[in-house]
Write a protein that binds this ligand. Sequence first.
Ligand SMILES: Nc1ncnc2c1ncn2[C@@H]1O[C@H](COP(=O)(O)OP(=O)(O)OP(=O)(O)O)[C@@H](O)[C@H]1O
Ligand SMILES: [Mg+2]
Length: 355
Amino acid sequence: MTITKEQILHALSHVEEPDLKKDLVTLHMIQNIEILPNKIKFDVVLTTPACPLKGHIEHACRNAIALFISKEIEVDINMTSRVTSVDPNQLKGIKNIILVSSGKGGVGKSTVASNLALALANTGAKTGLLDADIYGPSLPIMFGLEGAKPMASQLPDGSTKIEPIEKFGLKLLSIGFFTDPNQPIPWRGPMATSAIKQLFNDADWGELDYLVVDMPPGTGDIHITVSQTYPISGAVIVTTPQQVALADAIKGMAMYQMEGINVPILGIVENMAYFTPAELPDNKYYIFGKDGGKRLAESNNVPFLGEIPLVKAVADAGDNGFPIILDDSESIADAYKSIAGRVAQELSILANISS
Ligand SMILES: Nc1ncnc2c1ncn2[C@@H]1O[C@H](COP(=O)(O)OP(=O)(O)OP(=O)(O)O)[C@@H](O)[C@H]1O
Ligand SMILES: [Mg+2]
């Protein structure tokens, strides 16, 4: 039986990318088709290596070949990816900048940002993590990098170039690397914003698929400056289910949606959703209330990205400089991986709409 390239494309034009709601051929996702005796090969180029539907799409391709061409032919599919960019005005080679934000402090932004960035990096995406919390940088402790000093060099034109520190497959920078952890810094507005701008502009981030930014609490100067100065792909809003946190999360979202800021909300993460004591593994205690984050997402018509329970190991991992997602024995790591997949999906959808 002779098979043609057209037959293969016709068969695969019946496979829809479930998020993008278009078929794989229209989306130019089918590439490098090879036709060998009794075997066909092709690449499926996804919009993110973190695509949670990877297995589903591969299966649908095999079914389409079996249905429209033949069940007898061997099919060799190479699932690969090229990350798409939401904003066509990229900051140097950074395809997507993701802000992890909240209104209220202490709800788990830094923990979510760290684990989200690591989860994306673990799928093979080139990822950076920038700690923009001028007032309480957490990244140095969370990554066991207290005292680390990034290399900084003066370029001939007088500008500075800062080398991010590499750890666990991520490129990292924190304002905390440049300050004394024991001295409070009385940042004035313009000083704080210019310090943050240096971390974006003067850092040698190289090419990145995702730059995750751990934002300070609140809705202040830093938020406005970062949102207005850089091409931000979207914001992840972290909240606990507690009323006070939800009220601040609403303010946080409203700020990003203001005219002149217009940062898309990628969705809401509900942190500290419930507590399960080790000795009562079937019990869930809703210490801060139940489903507050989920309801907030519904009422604001934004995606709900997932929930994370209150688990002592998460706090310990942060303190020990080894984020929980790196510990495969902890099932909670899967909650962060699932959130990372959802974030990547939402970015792919936005990039597809804007292209
Ligand atoms: N799911 C969780 N289970 C247990 N502890 C958690 C969880 N998420 C965060 N924590 C802990 O709660 C504290 C606050 O978390 P984190 O520093 O991530 O919050 P934040 O929103 O970044 O705070 P800030 O507003 O001060 O920047 C930390 O000690 C962290 O280890
Ligand atoms: Mg923080």
